[in-house]
Design a protein. Sequence first.
Length: 148
Amino acid sequence: MKVILLQNIPKVGKKYELVEVAPGYARNFLVARGLGEIVTRSNVGRVEELQKRRTIEAAKEAARVEKALATLEKTKLTFAREVNEEGHLYAQVTMHDIAEEIEKIAEVAIPVAQIHAPHQIKSVGEHKVKVQVGEHTAEITVEVTAAA
């Protein structure tokens, strides 16, 4: 059964996307909860309108992410962590920590899966982290300092 999604639904599709799902799932879950709308002959125009809106929103989101990544490339993320005598961290700086800091600075949520470090961040110093969102890529400097 063809359904137009009214919200992003993990493992099903994105907002305003036309998807094919099982009839029971469409009626009992998507439509019942207001997450989707069944495509019929009478609402084909609405479906086309929603798909146009989806393209416009996707373009705006891509521009916003590109601007945020450009800002982040110029910014250095700083984390203060407790270290031992050798300069090793007691707890590493995780990709979740970096994602939270990016969201605070750039006001854009980047999934943890799209943040890549060449190695685990377990020592004091500067580390380069790559962020890739779609076709946009940025290299961010993460500085880890010893907490006082």
